[in-house]
Design a protein around this ligand. Structure first.
Ligand SMILES: *[C@@H]1O[C@H](CO)[C@@H](O)[C@H](O)[C@H]1NC(C)=O
Ligand SMILES: *[C@@H]1O[C@H](CO)[C@@H](O)[C@H](O)[C@H]1NC(C)=O
Ligand SMILES: *[C@@H]1O[C@H](CO)[C@@H](O)[C@H](O)[C@H]1NC(C)=O
Length: 440
């Protein structure tokens, strides 16, 4: 067995690939394969929050996570933003077009971050209080941790990262201490696409949200390819993923958008819903996206899944029947609560009927077990952790926080597919078992 040295053209090609992919390497000159952000759950708002470093000199920012958000929006009001590397985005630049901004603005008064002349206007959204407010788009350095898929590594810098610099009303309704919102949507300037173009990895990211609000219980958001190795055995949780296509809703779902862009949020094609083996009967056209109305999206804005009334009623009726539990008074926002005193606890939560979202075929099923379907608002009472969204919501099914926790989800924008693991507890691990204690 002998191996011949690579021929010259091949060697040059390798050199070229190395040089071009290393144009955004970290200070240690190693390519970055993936990045990781820590995620915590805020106990009072139930929002998921993360930490990113920004500016020169750098400051650490707590930010609320908006899965379908279009970009990073940061509070810039009142001279609070100090940075040597801040640059406003001027109108009619390539970067301004990437933001899809349609307006140009001028701020009178001394130039400072958030107040410059002839800048690309942003419309940062705060999905938690449904406000939009004007600001200017800008670029600045941000620093996040690289990862090998097992542990958080060194801080690496993404220079000239585009974000919206906005007034402080952005902060109303956000978790305490939050200074803005990170958008993970499918736009050109949301985090997944900016990171993949800056570091040269695939346009892919994964979220693993924690179920507990304890300070030591953090989940992770990964950008780039796996592995995503979790304790106790450092098993790669990407092996558990099952895939379904990501769908594009042609109508914008941004708050106050009035724009003609497609939605930057993530929609999937749920075809049917089952409770145990019972397939629910409701008008399944509600599950299709028709001129922007209907369909199923994934959102980190709502702590619980919100269902159009007829879908809610049919799940609740089937669940009540299948569980055989007796109902007790409702506890807002939940309508269906039960006497849970005799329900056995398992590693995957209370032993209750399984709720299944059937995707493109009967073999592609997202299972929702007790830990992701039930809430215990007081001892001995278990409520079905879904919320009745009324008769004519824009989106029929908005899958929210409780149903996402301790599951791994991968959003592969290049291949336009969505991977889901169902509960990691069934695999004897959980989202806070990615060792991310090294944050900040
Ligand atoms: C089913 O829902 C669709 C979309 O909301 C509606 O247009 C249609 O009339 C409904 N069909 C029935 C039989 O109710
Ligand atoms: C979605 O877009 C289509 C085409 O622009 C329009 O006719 C329709 O009214 C929009 N739907 C909503 C809910 O805005
Ligand atoms: C998380 O990892 C720890 C330490 O390796 C292990 O003891 C624990 O069982 C794991 N958690 C879950 C939910 O499996």
């Amino acid at each position: 067995m002998s191996s011949s040295p690579p021929s010259t053209p091949f060697f040059l090609l390798l050199l070229f690939v190395f040089v071009s992919s290393s144009s955004f390497v970290s200070s240690e000159n190693l390519p970055v394969k993936a990045l990781v952000l820590p995620v915590k759950k805020d106990s009072s708002t139930l929002q998921y929050i993360t930490t990113i470093h920004q500016r020169t000199p750098s400051v650490s920012l707590t930010l609320s996570v908006h899965l379908g958000g279009s970009y990073l929006s940061v509070d810039c009001h009142d001279r609070s933003f100090i940075s040597e590397t801040y640059r406003p985005l001027f109108c009619r630049t390539v970067q301004c077009s990437a933001t899809r901004s349609r307006s140009c603005g001028t701020c009178n008064g001394p130039a400072r971050p958030g107040c410059n002349k002839n800048t690309c206007r942003s419309l940062p959204e705060n999905p938690f209080n449904r406000l939009t407010l004007y600001g200017e788009f800008a670029e600045d350095a941000i620093m996040v941790r690289a990862t090998d898929g097992s542990v958080p590594g060194r801080l690496v810098t993404a220079n000239r990262f585009i974000f919206a610099c906005s007034s402080n009303s952005l902060l109303e309704g956000l978790a305490k201490g939050a200074k803005g919102v990170v958008g993970l949507g499918r736009s050109q300037v949301a985090l997944p696409t900016q990171f993949s173009s800056k570091f040269g990895f695939n346009r892919k990211f994964a979220i693993c949200l924690p179920s507990s609000t304890g300070v030591d219980n953090g989940g992770a958001i990964f950008f780039g390819d796996g592995p995503y190795n979790f304790l106790p055995n450092m098993l790669d949780a990407s092996k558990y993923l099952i895939y379904t296509p990501l769908l594009v809703n042609p109508n914008s779902t941004r708050i106050g958008a009035g724009d003609t862009d497609p939605s930057y949020e993530y929609f999937i094609g749920v075809k049917a819903i089952q409770v145990n083996k019972q397939t629910l009967r409701f008008n399944t056209s509600l599950l299709n996206i028709d001129r922007g109305i209907g369909g199923t999206k994934i959102s980190t804005v709502n702590p619980y899944t919100i269902l159009e009334t007829s879908i809610y009623d049919s799940i609740a009726a089937a669940f009540t029947e299948e569980s055989g539990l007796s109902r007790v008074g409702s506890i807002s926002p939940f309508e269906h609560c039960f006497d849970g005193r005799k329900v056995p606890m398992t590693v995957v939560g209370p032993a209750v009927p399984e709720i299944k979202l059937v995707l493109q075929s009967n073999s592609v099923v997202w299972s929702i077990l007790g830990v992701n379907s039930m809430v215990e608002p007081k001892p001995g009472v278990l409520c079905l952790g879904f919320v009745n969204g009324g008769r004519h919501p824009v989106t029929s099914v908005v899958i929210g926080g409780l149903q996402l926790e301790d599951n791994l989800f991968q959003f592969d924008l290049g291949a336009s597919r969505f991977g889901f693991s169902s509960s990691l507890l069934r695999k004897k691990t959980c989202c806070s078992n990615f060792s991310i204690k090294v944050d900040s």
